[in-house]
Design a protein around this ligand. Structure first.
Ligand code: SF4
Ligand code: SF4
Length: 270
């Protein structure tokens, strides 16, 4: 893991000179199995994917940062005033595209700052004006495309237990959708968050996964075979949708699910 690559000059220094040759050499010899960088900068993360030799990116991901524009000055993420007096329009499209691009390229994301440095755990500080639990924060990260794990910063045993409670939490305890959907200053309307709140579907369609594969396919000109294979592996497919509308009533983000199912059938053929 090559850490803290937030600056374009640092990126060039690492990837154009000896450091990357040394790291690649270690991988070829089997000393290391995967090569990663950590960054808070979306543009750097895109470059890391494009370069084609990075297996994993440690990236700052949480519901609060995701709503901020993906600008290059990452220091703004850490300023106290950043979330005050703003209205939000849901996930920033560039960040959204980054997660989908990573998933399509087979680059894993490890999330850091999953609690937004504690901001999301406080009703007073959170841009959603209601505290999320650590489990809900972790679930938000783990339901973003490409995210394979979350690194949690802790300072005592209770915080470790609060994070590891994720492993035994129910879907209801993990569900963050109500807090995000009802936040007075933000709107995620119409955008699938892959939260799974729409379940259960009477035809047992995993709507969140269908939507995720559909979104992954829609950012590319042609849906790759691997994506179609993943879709095919789902037990139930969009073609089984009977347009009952139950899911729509359950979706706090107002996603037009029936239309999404139709789009998936058109794209994947079933
Ligand atoms: S359709 Fe709605 S409820 Fe279902 S996963 Fe997407 S955002 Fe969540
Ligand atoms: S409308 Fe389709 S996807 Fe939604 S619950 Fe009914 S069958 Fe399932």
């Amino acid at each position: 893991m090559i850490h803290y690559v937030d600056d374009q000059k640092d990126f060039d220094n690492i990837f154009n000179v000896e450091i990357i040759k040394y790291a690649k050499g270690l991988k070829e010899k089997g000393v290391i199995k995967s090569l990663g960088i950590s960054t808070h900068n979306t543009d750097i993360a895109f470059r890391a994917v494009e370069i084609g030799i990075i297996d994993v990116i440690l990236f700052s991901i949480n519901a609060a940062y995701d709503m901020l524009p993906a600008i290059e000055d990452v220091d703004i993420l850490f300023e106290e005033s950043t979330f005050k007096n703003r209205t939000y329009e849901g996930i920033d499209p560039k960040r959204d595209k980054l997660y989908q691009t990573c998933e399509n390229a087979g680059v894993a994301l490890t999330a850091m700052k999953g609690y937004a440095a504690g901001v999301l755990l406080s009703g007073k500080e959170s841009p959603f004006e209601k505290a999320l639990t650590p489990v809900q924060c972790l679930h938000y990260c783990l339901t973003r495309p490409a995210v394979a794990s979350v690194m949690v910063g802790v300072s005592n045993t209770d915080q470790i237990l609060a994070a590891t409670a994720y492993a035994t939490s129910s879907n209801k305890e993990k569900d963050y959708s109500e807090v995000l959907a009802n936040a007075p200053r933000s709107s995620f309307s119409g955008h699938c968050m892959y939260c799974g709140h729409c379940a259960p579907c009477p035809k047992k369609i995993d709507i969140a996964s269908v939507n995720k594969y559909l979104d992954l396919a829609l950012i590319q000109e042609d849906a790759p075979e691997t994506l179609k294979n993943h879709y095919d592996l789902l037990e139930h497919h969009a073609i089984e949708c009977i347009e009952c509308g139950i899911c729509r009533k359950n979706c706090p983000f107002g996603v037009d699910i029936i239309n999404k199912m139709k789009q998936a059938v058109k794209l994947f053929g079933n």
